[in-house]
Design a protein around this ligand. Structure first.
Ligand code: PGA
Length: 255
């Protein structure tokens, strides 16, 4: 983390977990554990049908609620999809875009990730843009090239002004939901590569202000070490975001 230059963000990604009632109970449990922990922003991204209940439960707390995806079209014949305007209308502030599970199971590409990012930014939301290499790419030694390409394609046409509302989540796909974690040095190195690409695209000063999270089996046991790295500005947390004590311990590690 580098709190003098950029905001630390600890975000939970609930994925396909928590009914509205379960989310309410979870928020009630986690609220006192994260209250007053102001050195980071605390966000939970929820399934669409759970967002409203989670937002209500989080009213008056330091917890913000986001969505896990957004469609790129403003409206129309896209059965099953939700637009940026719809999310905005219910007060959603954050949205995850480009998660590897979306890319892997739902055929999202850098092109659609870019369109979704633009749609969310144009609606005035903050985007948590996910990217990262798969195992074969890391083993072949092309991680830097892969994340550089994703960064460029996913941010194509996005201005420096719009970038202020973009958080990048570096998530090595081999570490997501597997219990495997990038070592702090691997996380630092690749987050640093992403920042150097941002510097080429937007200039050094802008790049220094962008929050770059690490995601991939971050938990209460490894968060402090990962967050101690200067280019790791927070976490996007799946499994451990479903357990209030574990998530709160990660928020503590960011203080
Ligand atoms: P995980 O998920 O913490 O369960 O590995 C992270 C993510 O998918 O964002």
């Amino acid at each position: 983390m580098n709190p003098t230059k950029r905001r630390t963000v600890i975000a939970g990604n609930w994925k396909m977990n928590f009914t509205p009632a379960e989310a309410e109970a979870f928020i009630a449990e986690v609220t006192p554990l994260v209250a007053g922990k102001d050195n980071c922003d605390v966000v939970f991204c929820a399934p669409y049908v759970t967002i409203a209940a989670a937002m209500k439960a989080a009213e008056g707390t330091n917890i913000k609620i986001g969505a896990e995806n957004v469609h790129f079209a403003p409206k129309g014949a896209y059965t099953g999809e939700v637009s940026a305007e719809m999310l905005k209308a219910i007060g959603v502030e954050y949205v995850i875009v480009g998660h590897s599970e979306r890319r892997q199971y739902f055929a999202e590409t850098d092109e659609t990730v870019n369109l979704r990012t633009k749609a969310a930014l144009e609606a005035g939301m903050k985007v948590i843009l996910c990217l990262g290499e798969v195992k074969e790419e890391r083993l072949s030694g092309i991680t830097d090239e892969v994340v550089a390409m994703q960064t460029k394609l996913d941010l194509a046409g996005i201005s420096a002004e719009q970038l202020k509302n973009v958080i990048i989540a570096y998530e090595p796909v081999w570490a997501i939901g597997t219990g495997l974690t990038a070592t702090p040095d691997q996380a630092e190195e690749t987050c640093g590569v992403i920042r150097s690409v941002l510097a080429k695209l937007y200039g050094e000063d802008v790049a220094e202000t962008v929050t770059i999270q690490y995601g991939g089996s971050m938990n209460d046991a490894n968060a402090a070490e990962l967050l101690s790295k200067p280019n790791v500005d927070g976490g996007l947390i799946g499994g451990a975001s479903l357990v209030a004590k574990k998530f709160a311990a990660i928020v503590d590690a960011a203080q």
